[in-house]
Design a protein around this ligand. Structure first.
Ligand SMILES: Nc1nc2c(c(=O)[nH]1)N[C@H]1C(S)=C(S)[C@@H](COP(=O)(O)O)O[C@H]1N2
Ligand SMILES: [Mo]
Length: 383
């Protein structure tokens, strides 16, 4: 190597915390956060977009199921932010290894790390912006966030496989024999890990309250406060934004279309005259906020019986809203049959606010917020 001149001298890193031990300690927490985030993300994906064979297998219980999984998804993603930043800080000197390519294996390893880092940064930043309902990009969030998640998981598994020997060597509390480090460095690492832990605790505590009501007093950074909004419930799309602010109580009609085009048309008064049921059910938005509320209305299953729908019927719920991604949703048969699935007329003891779907909205147990269709005008039985 003597005759060779380096174009740029690689920087020298003297800090003791850019070592494999620190990287492994952080990596296992980051790995755990990513695992929770990935699994709960899959749950969310398949509940929102079930393929045909799965549509009737999505259970309608427990009522708080989606509230829990999506709360975990957003909490684990948020907690991963300080962990990822700390991990990148611990390992960034490796960007400057010299020579940059030692072998084909080394090259592949570096490519997989590049994919992992880019993908992880992409997922966490798009996810965070999504929780803030801010979409400063041209692509459609859901399919891209979903596809890149697979890329990250693939690269992560590869990374763990490649690093298995180092992970094994540094996994236990005390690295053995020759790997043992000076006590001073151990103390530095403990301080660093404590600081990272505190950062994770702080971001979690100040955002998780948008889902976990007992902690709502700590909500500082979360984009939604669970108590803000009419009738103490947040609103995503208002009636004005959806173009349905002029729907009148007198002019309103609900149409229920059954098999062989058997149709039932009900005015709002007719709906109010039907047996009313109550349910305590949460709205659990994909963006991570959720809030339980008290709903009163007509059971969907009762309406289905009136038009002679078969027991296994799947149902399409159509909003009066004319445009927008969330104007139509489907109920798989477990949800359609569930006695807690209501066309709600009332919320927390009052007629629905326009922004919550007046005159009629769908509310069902264990269901993503995007599928809790507001301003419902039509139910169609899909055999
Ligand atoms: N027709 C219609 N229904 C809709 C939406 C919409 O944009 N249009 N938004 C959904 C979303 S994303 C959520 S989280 C819930 C929010 O309900 P809320 O505003 O009553 O809290 O409504 C859902 N129902
Ligand atoms: Mo939502």
């Amino acid at each position: 190597m003597e005759g060779m001149r380096l174009p740029v001298l690689p920087p020298v890193f003297k800090g003791g915390l850019h070592d494999a031990r620190t990287a492994t300690s952080l990596g296992r927490w980051l790995g755990a956060a990513f695992a929770v985030c990935f699994v709960t993300g899959l749950v969310s994906h398949f509940m929102q977009h079930p393929p045909g064979w799965l549509a009737d297998e999505i259970p309608s219980r427990p009522v708080w199921g989606y509230r829990l999984t999506q709360g975990l998804h957003v909490a684990s993603g948020t907690a991963a932010v300080p962990l990822l930043l700390a991990k990148l800080w611990a390992v960034y000197p490796r960007l400057f290894v010299w020579p940059p390519l030692r072998s084909v294996r080394h090259g592949l390893e570096r490519i997989s790390v590049a994919v992992l880092v880019a993908g992880a940064l992409f997922e966490l930043s798009t996810g965070l912006l999504n929780t803030a309902q801010w979409y400063p990009w041209a692509f459609s969030f859901v399919p891209v966030h979903y596809a890149v998640a697979w890329l990250v998981v693939g690269a992560l598994l590869l990374h763990v496989a490649v690093k298995a020997p180092e992970i094994r060597a540094h996994w236990t509390r005390r690295s053995s024999g020759t790997l043992a480090l000076p006590t001073e460095q151990g103390a530095d690492r403990r301080t660093f890990m404590t600081a990272v832990g505190a950062a994770v605790g702080a971001v979690t505590l100040t955002t998780v309250g948008q889902s976990l009501t007992p902690l709502k007093g700590f909500v500082l950074f979360a984009p939604r406060h669970p108590d803000k909004g009419p009738q103490a419930l947040p609103v995503n799309r208002t009636a004005a934004a959806a173009g349905v602010e002029r729907v009148s109580a007198e002019g309103y009609r609900l149409t229920v279309v059954g098999p062989r085009a058997r149709t039932l048309t009900l005015s709002l008064d007719a709906l109010r005259a039907l047996p009313q049921y109550e349910a305590e059910l949460p709205i659990a938005c994909v963006e991570g906020w959720s809030k339980s509320a008290h709903w009163t209305g007509v059971r969907v299953v009762d309406l289905l019986e009136q038009v002679g729908a078969p027991a296994h019927a799947r149902v399409r719920v159509v909003s009066l809203q004319l445009r927008g991604a969330y104007r139509v949703s489907e109920l798989g048969s477990p949800h359609a049959r569930d006695p807690l699935t209501l066309l709600a007329l009332r919320l927390n003891g009052e007629d629905l606010d326009r922004d919550h779907g007046f005159p009629v909205r769908l509310i069902a147990p264990n269901r993503p917020g995007v599928l809790q269709t507001k301003w419902v005008g039509r139910l169609e039985v899909l055999a």
